[in-house]
Design a protein around this ligand. Structure first.
Ligand code: FEO
Length: 393
């Protein structure tokens, strides 16, 4: 791929991966992604910031073919979609030293079997002069691994933020244009990658907010020459209270739990609560995760199966629990054939969420008037809780 100039001495030299559709064998990538690598050339030294996924090594080496010397390779994050190319780069440029945070150094050596004598740890706040280009390394831990850091290019006001402020979006645009496509990609990314670490993300947002950033150059998706587009959104996703919104996510084998879900959704809407309904058999994990950024109440529907909740519901609960959304309330509903015991411990499904558990509603077989009335009461409770909390619509 061709290098793209950002400013004098600073170029994007990454790879756009138009066709990738899943990350970590879990995260859907409806719009592909990119692995952004950057070349910063000072009057005296040259630094390459991050590599690319190892599947794209030939493309990166081809892009860099006319770069005679790389003095430093900066690794902001040891995950292999950025670090996978580092062994090849270090072999290609034996003069280069690899710079990373202290934890990054350790992880890079362990994950990639890199030669320890060529990997140097930099300190938080340490600077590196390239000749008219000064790199300042800023630790941004747990965004989203413990070793993650960013680099601030002082003279040009560019923050190379790696996954921080990233978006899985393949695009021919170098810079993000404000609009639904960019916003959605950024929110999907935040929800699936960063939401579990919202508290640590908030600290990093504060850490970089006073820098006077002119451009954000993340490791995935477009750059932001209007940083407010992404910075304001991330601040809201991290800090704003959840909305008057409930997620009703269910799985149903023979229609009983589905009927309960549909009644519950209707009852919530009738009471002024916004709802997203997801059939877990077909629902997109990214859509669920993105919705959870704003959700106050999670209502999980499942039949009893194999002496527990249905495995599809168990899987969804596991992921929701790991995503750690800021929901305040949660509840369980569902149907059973001969024994309700498998559905009687909703707290075990979301053990890490700080949620108030709402009354469980169960039906033996098909739901009837008594269960529908109980679902209406559950909707009453949700609406009342949301109103009492002053949640905005
Ligand atoms: Fe883009 Fe966490 O790797």
């Amino acid at each position: 791929m061709a290098m793209r100039k950002i400013t004098e001495g600073v170029h994007w030299c990454g790879v756009v991966d138009w066709d990738r559709r899943v990350f970590d064998v879990l995260v859907p990538l409806p719009d592909g992604t990119s692995y952004n690598s950057y070349l910063v050339q000072g009057a005296e030294k040259t630094a390459l910031l991050d590599g690319v996924d190892d599947a794209k090594i030939p493309l990166l080496l081809e892009t860099l073919r006319d770069v005679p010397r790389i003095d430093y390779i900066v690794s902001h994050h040891a995950e292999q979609d950025h670090s996978g190319a580092l062994p090849a780069l270090m072999a290609w440029h034996p003069e280069a030293r690899l710079l990373a945070s202290a934890m990054g150094r350790k992880l890079l050596i362990e994950l990639l079997d890199l030669p320890a004598d060529r990997v140097v740890a930099v300190k938080d706040g340490e600077t590196l002069a390239l000749g008219g280009k000064t790199l300042r390394f800023l630790y941004t831990p747990w965004v989203h691994w413990p070793e993650t850091m960013s680099t601030w290019l002082e003279e040009d006001g560019i923050l190379f933020s790696c996954d921080f402020y990233g978006a899985h979006l393949a695009t021919s645009e170098l810079y993000a244009k404000e609009g639904v496509r960019v916003y959605r990609a950024a929110k999907l990314y935040y929800a699936q990658i960063m939401m579990p670490y919202a508290k640590q993300v908030a600290k990093s947002i504060e850490k970089v907010s006073g820098l006077g950033i002119r451009c954000i150059a993340p490791s995935h998706g477009p750059l932001y020459d209007k940083p407010a587009i992404v910075m304001d959104s991330w601040r809201e996703w991290v800090s704003a209270p959840p909305q008057n919104l409930a997620v009703v996510a269910y799985v149903s084998m023979h229609g009983s739990t589905r009927r309960m879900a549909e009644r519950l959704v209707d009852a919530l809407i009738a009471r002024g609560v916004s709802v997203r309904q997801f059939d877990l058999a077909t629902a997109d994990l990214g859509e669920i995760a993105m919705t959870l950024v704003d959700t106050s109440t999670i209502l999980l529907g499942t039949p009893a199966m194999l002496n527990g909740v249905h495995p599809v519901a168990a899987n969804a609960a596991f992921v929701i629990n790991a995503l750690h959304p800021k929901a305040k309330y949660a509840g369980l509903f569902g149907s059973f054939g001969w024994g309700s015991k498998p559905l009687e411990n909703p707290a075990a499904l979301l053990p890490d969420l700080q949620v108030e558990l709402l009354p469980t509603v169960l039906a033996r077989g098909l739901p009837r008037e008594a269960e529908f009335a109980a679902l209406d009461r559950l909707a009453d409770t949700v609406a009342a809780k949301h109103a009492a909390a002053g949640l905005a619509g």
